[in-house]
Design a protein around this ligand. Structure first.
Ligand SMILES: [Zn+2]
Length: 262
């Protein structure tokens, strides 16, 4: 018995999205800022108040989702078309999660696009598509052109195949930014009081740049707060008579801003 949730091999999976491009961390940090100050593999909450204001929980047809308002609206339209054109797929479609602030699975640095509520994972007949096997459930293969038409990128083309996953396209995100759909981007999580090991983003890059300029450290300015950055922060704190704990709090931030190059 063949079922809509059975996986089929994908051919030329890199080309399945046509001209539609995925989101990148750089783009999302520039458009919306960091959802929170630190990440791991578990689902955490959004602490950036600017982003939080854009998050809604709404019905999109077959289920309710929590995600970024404009993406949720697009998803509702896309799923209405899935209902019209593929009622047998629509009737067994489930939601395995939209908003979830975490790193990409098995990554130490890449932020998942679920972190901004811009991606959704689907189930069919309650089953998840297996990741990384270069196969996709039949129902997902059938509905992906409809999702593409509504500016969703299919994760089947990711370097590690992730066919349960759809995310809003880079093009759509840029168009919304141009329209001013998100208001003012806020690069720093407003509730963050300190930055330390495990954090990443533009504010970490700024810290690394200041460490290098002020004290001639040789920290890679990659925006990732790792052991080398921590060691340089501790050294900087010692030099400036601050508590040498490797955590960039208000005092250390002030010193980084105001200190003269040595
Ligand atoms: Zn996903």
């Amino acid at each position: 018995m063949s079922s809509i949730s059975d996986p089929l091999p994908l051919t030329a999976r890199e080309t399945l999205n046509g001209d539609i491009l995925p989101l990148t961390n750089n783009l999302m940090l520039q458009v919306l800022g960091n959802p929170r100050g630190n990440y791991d593999q578990s689902c955490q909450s959004v602490t950036n108040l600017t982003i939080r204001k854009l998050i809604v929980t709404e019905n999109v047809g077959p289920f309710r989702v929590t995600g970024l308002k404009p993406v949720v609206d697009k998803l509702r339209l896309a799923l209405a078309d899935v209902k019209d054109e593929l009622p047998n797929v629509h009737s067994v479609l489930g939601n395995a999660g939209m908003l979830c602030v975490r790193l990409v699975r098995n990554s130490k640095t890449s932020i998942s696009n679920h972190s901004w509520g811009c991606a959704i994972d689907f189930t069919l007949e309650g089953k998840l598509d297996a990741r990384g096997d270069n196969k996709a459930q039949k129902g997902l293969i059938a509905m992906h052109p409809i999702m593409n038409r509504h500016d969703f990128y299919w994760g089947a083309s990711f370097r590690t195949e992730d066919s349960m996953h759809f995310e809003i396209s880079r093009q759509q995100m840029l168009a919304w930014q141009k329209e001013g759909a998100f208001g003012q981007a806020s690069p720093l999580p407003e509730e963050a009081t300190s930055i330390s090991v495990g954090d990443r983003g533009p504010e970490v890059e700024w810290i690394q740049e200041r460490l290098n300029i002020l004290n001639g450290f040789d920290v890679e300015e990659d925006g990732i707060f790792g052991p080398a950055t921590r060691a340089s922060v501790i050294e900087f704190q010692r030099i400036h008579g601050l508590k040498a704990d490797g955590v960039v709090g208000p005092e250390t931030t002030k010193a980084l801003k105001n200190a003269e190059a040595q």
